[in-house]
Structure formats: structure tokens, C-alpha cells
Design a protein around this ligand. Sequence first.
Ligand SMILES: Cc1ncc(C[n+]2csc(CCOP(=O)(O)OP(=O)(O)O)c2C)c(N)n1
Length: 656
Amino acid sequence: MNLLRTIKTGDDLKKLSKNQLLSLSKEIRERIISVVSKNGGHLASSLGVVELTIAIHYVFNIPSDSLIWDVGHQAYTHKLLTGRDDRFDSLRQFKGISGFTKRSESQCDAFTVGHSSTSISAGLGISVAKHLKKDKSKVISVIGDGSMTAGLAYEGLNQAGDSKRDLIVILNDNDMSIAPNVGALSSFLSRTLSSNYLQNMKKDFGAFLKSLPGIGDDIYRIAKKSEDSFKTFVTPGMLFEAFNFDYFGPIDGHRLNHLIDIMENIKHLNEPVLLHVTTKKGKGYEPAEKNPVYFHGVSSFDITTGNTSISNLSTSAPSPIPTYTEVFGKTMVDLAKQDNKVVAITAAMPEGTGLAQFAKEFPERFFDVGIAEQHAVTFAAGMASQGMKPVVAIYSTFMQRAYDQILHDVCIDSHHVVFALDRGGIVGEDGPTHHGLFDYSFLRSIPNMTIMAPKDENELALMLKKALDYKGPIAIRYPRGRGEGVVNYYAKDSTAAQSFTDLNSKKKPMQKRKEIEIGKAELLRDGEDILILASGRTVQEAIKAIDIIEQSQKTISIALVNARFIKPLDSEMLLNLASRIHNIITVEEHVLDGGFGSAVLELLTDSGIFKKRLSYNIKRIGIKDRFVEHGSQATLRAEYKIDAAYIAESVMEMVE
Ligand SMILES: Cc1ncc(C[n+]2csc(CCOP(=O)(O)OP(=O)(O)O)c2C)c(N)n1
């Protein structure tokens, strides 16, 4: 029988026997594996919490009781149990079910998430509000051990323990962040402290006390009596008890009956409670258990082997064209060999940022600081103050967390910190919490900051080299996905390496690759009718747009500039071009507010150019003032009109 199909709410779940719950957990695992194998997604994290999620929905009344998932990437079982089984096949697809919890998707999703470590603060806020409204329902926040490496989690614990509000925090401890978890806390939580180790320690400690001459036996008896304080002294409970939380655990998060029993007990407590549950990432699917890092967030795969599926070959199979991330990682290794001052910092994403090889080759110069973007930046500023050359590699979206650290700790003193902002622009299936669409604007307003965006992977490598030779805060923002297939920095063939994509080689001679010069743009082709100013990978869209226009037999003379620098803009080149071409289109994969197009408008206005001639025709292409949902990068670029087709349409409209 398909039990899952019969479950639409927690009440349906409560009708099942304990044995049926076990069958249900099996069905859920099969369903998750089947859908993620096609759509991609956060598999290992979700498989690890199947029993935990069933137990929560069995014991509590969701949505009257509020359940807050941290990051929300592990909530697939929660989605299946709350009326979304029918639509689960559309997971992470355009207009389909989100890969994270989302309030607009279901009233059972108490909080919209994607970034980590928010669940305790949000849960406390919900709990305090319920208290003020005299609502007695419960609040349960589920947070992973990886997410506990962020300061935000402790800010929440600190206030929660002090306010003594009714809040259940479930710590889902699988010893893993995306990569193996790091830091002192991780060792502290390590399950060696539970089971055998703890029992042996108790025995040894008891024997030690007993052996004390004269008084040993008495002390032993007292210690035995206060078993509780003994336990908190040597278990992770110590940490949480210090925050005024009542600590329970660690308990096996795959023993469903046990989980249900303990939750039934703690649900009657009206104070801050921490339940420490140990789980296995990838549980129930061997390839994911063996390789939880790969299966943390995976693209489509073959269920039998766990290998990348045939249908996915075009996107993630080994390809001669590297991703921007790979080029960054390789260039880092190369440059670190030449300069022993180069150090690399990641916030829990050694693989995602392409730094895994660097970590292997330079373990002493590599720092995974945990999910702690704010700390990563200030830590880098400290190193830079001592003459090191830190490269902080953090996805654009997660760098949002560290705004004040960039401004206050790096930029005021103009420390030489290089920011490698991967996943700039539309990232695709992870959706609104993850698109890197705000970095130009949040960095551009900070004095002393320089911002670059490469048009291809070759330029990324050159920019990284330039950034390390520079003095001062400097950011390189590059997109998710494969490069453009240009000959890159590492090309053995130096003639090929000297050339770069020249879209109009028929009309203009091939240009030689030049070193990146700070604040200098690149004129890719000259023209008279329209000036396209493009930033980052939108240069490629503009190149394609020009192809489309040429194929349509329209004779429009187009000048195209690769801006390279968002800050400072190449005012000399831009003003020169703008003085003779009055139809201007700016293109960016970024929100329009405060972005590249805004910077160009500011430059033009401040230069007084509009006073000389009023009839300028300017269009800014970018994301209008809204959050972009999830879907493939190509779908979203077309939907939000930042692709070649729309640039071509805009050019034609403008000249007409
Ligand atoms: C602020 C922020 N930085 C980085 C990430 C990327 N990220 C997503 S999940 C994750 C690891 C979370 O580990 P844990 O909380 O232990 O959950 P698990 O996947 O192990 O269940 C990371 C680093 C994020 N979501 N938010």
C-alpha cells in the first residue's frame, strides 16, 4: 500500500501504527531519491532527517505548532508530509516546489529560508509573539551542527536562554556541514562524547574518585547522586545548559520510536529545551552515505550507481570547458605557488568555491572558518594588516551577511583583501535566497572598494592575478556555471593564449590580450548607432545579441564595451564614446537599483554631458525591483529579460 499518498496533514500521520510509520519512512526515502535523481537537489541532508521529521509531525501539531527548519534544504520529508507529495515531481523546477521552506508555498512552512543559522532567532521571535498573543502552541527549531558554527545561532541561544521562553531547539548533529564540519564546537559535539566514550569516562572517573585515600568512597557516592551534573560536565549539555537550555541527548535520530517517546516527554516542558539528535547524512542510500559531500547538493544522477546521469551529460559531466569556479581554484593554486603570502579563506564551502585543491596543496595557508561569513571577512582583515594577501572566497549571496565587516573592518583602513564572489548573478534552481543579484550595489557604495566582473574565465584568472598585485579591497564577481570555452590563462600554446574572443574579427583586427588595468574597460568593437555597455557575463549575451541582429540583415552599427570594472568605471572611455553615440544600453545580471547601469547614469549626469545634448536615449537592462524565483538559469534569464534575445530586441527598438 502507498501510505504516503494517504498523508495530507499531521492528523493523517497520527492515525498510522508505529510499524506503518517505519514503512512510510521507506516510501519517503524512495520518493525523495527518485525525484532528486531527476531534478537534482539536497539529497544527503534530506535523507538524514526522515525519521526525525516523521517524529516531529507525529508528536506536534503542525502548523499550529510552528516548525522552523534551518537553511530549509533538508525539508523534503516535511514537504511530502504536508500536502505537497502531488507536486513533489516539480521540485526546484520553474514554477514548481521550492528546494527550501517557503511561507508562500505552505502554511506549514513557518519561515522562508535558504541561508543558514536563522532558525533559533526566528523560532524565538515566533515564540515571544505567541506568548504576547496568549497562544500556547509550541515552537520547534531544527538546526544542523554545521549551522551551529555561525555566530547568529548563539545570538539566538543567548536571548532565548535569558528570556526563558518556550522554545524547543533540535540539534541535528550529523558531523557534517557540506564538507566535514570544522571548528572547536564540532569537536565538542563529536559523538565520541556520547555512548562508549562517555561510559568509559564515567567508569574511569569513578575509579579515580574511589581510589582517593580516605575520602574517595564518599566523593564517589556524591558524584553518583548528582548524575545530572556529572553528565552536563562531560557532555555537550554543558554548553547548552550554560545558555539556560534544558539539554536532552544525544539520541539516535534514526530510532523512530525512541524519538517519538522523547518528544512526547519534552513537549510538556515550557522553557528553552535543546534536544541533541545524531543522524547519518545520506541515510538509506548507500552512495550518499558513502559520499555525503557530493550528495549534499547534487544534480541529476543514476539511482543504481549514484553516478551523474546520462540525461545530465550536457551540464555536469566532465567537460573540456571548466567552470568559473574551477578556473578560480586552479588560478589560486598557481598564484599561491608564486607568492607565499597568498592565503585562502572559505566559509564552509571548500568544494563549492573551488578551493579543495588549494587546501590540499597549502594546508597551512587554507582556512575553512565554518558558516561564518562575517568572521571570515574580519579574520581576513586581520591577516591583511600583517601583510598577508587573503582571498576570501564566498558566494555573492552569502557575502551579504558580511556587509559591515567589509565596510568597517576592511574598507575604512583599505586593507588588501581580495573578495572572490562566486555565483554572482542568477544561480538557478536554488532561487531567491541564493541569486547573487545585489553585490554591485552593496559594494559600490563603500569607499576604497574596487569591483571587477570578468566577461569569461580567462579574464577571471587575469583579474585574480591583478587583484593580488593590487593594494586595497578588491572584489571579483563571477557567475555560476561553465566558462565560455576561451583559451585560458593556463594555455600552453602562447599564441592561442594571447588571443581572446573578438566577436567582430571580420571588421576589426584580432586584439592582443592585455593585462587588466585597474579602472580600464575593453572596447570590443566600435560603432556609431548604438553603444552597448555590458558587465560580466552579460558581455557574452551582448555578443550573441549582435549575432542575432546581424543575422536579421539589419545594418546597425554597434559599439560594444566590456566594462570589466563596476567601480571605478572607465570614465574616460565611456564619456568619449557617449559624446558621439547617444543611444546607450547598459546590461547587467544584477538588480537595476544601484547597479552597473545606475553607475553609468551617475557618471553621465555628473559629467554634465546631458547639458550639452538633451536627446540621449538610454535603456538599462537588468533585474527590476523584485526577487527572482527558482528555475534554470536559461529560463530565468529569458523570463527576466536579461538574455541575448532581449538585448537584440532592445537594440532594434531603439534604432527604430
Ligand atoms: C549563510 C550561509 N552560508 C553558507 C550556506 C551554504 N550551506 C548550505 S547547507 C550548509 C551546511 C549546513 O550544514 P548543517 O547545518 O550541518 O546541515 P546538514 O546539511 O549537515 O544537515 C551550508 C554551508 C548557507 N546556506 N548559508
